[in-house]
Ligand binder design. Structure first.
Ligand code: PEP
Ligand code: MN
Length: 285
């Protein structure tokens, strides 16, 4: 028997290959994940900030701008999973320190990526842990996060099916941590008109299969700043509860993902449209 308790503590998993899943709607219709008082799964939550925390002044500046634009959370990479070992690897624990300062300055919770359980000691003051696409099937990391209490933003592996993505969430849930938000960031296919392929059908599928809140990342999915708005709105139309958007105060000179980061002024417009769309969809016509 699998039991799902209201306080998100799970016990006694005997799911098996074909058994019930803790993420499934059989257990509950909808979950809300609380991130330091912010309720993900109610309305539309927006996390915004740079791909990488580059220095103290830039993250403080961007944090103020994204707050003014209407964001609820600050994102920023400190431990960066880069394709090339010669690319900027992030400021590591210094980057987390600057993110904490940004939270103190703005009052907004912070989300940042963890790559390895060994680094967990640096994430004490972080509100939400991100698991990136490249680590989405790092099962030791997922099992480790299942033993913690902190909320997790779990991206899909770029080579995974939507069902496999849900299964990665099960690793965390079955360890006892029910605070999981799934984040869709597209997959790699034959199409190269966008950086990755954003199948909104995967968001629709995830919404139909799981009670967990669903986030979408239109920035990595598109890889182009001029596509971020449409990708964001398409994700909300498909049912996303949250958006994670990369924002930089000087995108052309960003140390990572320069082409997809938008400016704060564009974030404001996207948030306004996305919230209006979410409201429209939540009302009976
Ligand atoms: C990120 O959000 O910083 C990131 C690296 O994204 P992804 O893991 O989706 O590539
Ligand atoms: Mn990035």
């Amino acid at each position: 028997m699998i039991k799902l308790y209201d306080n998100y503590v799970f016990i006694s998993q005997e799911g098996g290959e074909s058994g019930e899943r803790l993420y499934s709607k059989k257990f509950r219709e909808k979950s809300v994940v609380d991130v330091s008082g912010l309720r993900i799964g109610e309305g539309l939550v927006v996390a915004a900030g740079p791909c990488s925390v580059e220095n103290e002044a830039m993250i403080l500046d961007i944090a103020r701008s994204v707050k003014a634009a209407g964001a609820d959370m600050i994102r920023g990479g400190a431990f960066k999973p880069r394709t090339s070992p010669y690319s900027f690897q992030g400021l590591a624990e210094k980057g987390i320190e600057y993110l904490v300062e940004a939270r103190e300055e703005t009052g907004l919770p912070i989300v940042t990526e963890i790559m390895n359980p060994e680094y967990y000691r640096y994430f004490d003051r972080v509100d939400m842990l991100q698991v990136g696409s490249r680590n989405a099937q790092n099962f030791d990391l997922l099992r480790f996060l299942g033993k913690q209490k902190k909320p997790v933003l779990l991206k899909n592996g770029m080579g995974n099916t939507a069902r496999e993505w849900l299964e990665t969430a099960e690793y965390i849930l079955s360890g006892g941590n029910g605070n999981v938000v799934l984040c869709y960031r597209g997959v790699r296919g034959i199409e190269n008109s966008t950086r990755f392929t954003m199948n909104v059908g995967s968001i629709i599928y995830a919404k139909s299969e799981t009670h967990l809140p669903i986030c979408a990342d239109p920035s990595h999915a598109s890889g182009r700043r001029d596509f971020v708005e449409s990708m964001a709105l398409a994700s909300v139309a498909a049912g996303a509860d949250m958006l994670e958007i990369e924002v930089h105060n000087d995108p052309d000179n960003a140390l990572s993902d320069s082409e997809q980061q938008i400016r704060p002024v564009d974030l404001k417009r996207i948030i306004e449209k996305a919230r209006a769309l979410k409201d429209l969809l939540s009302h009976e016509i």
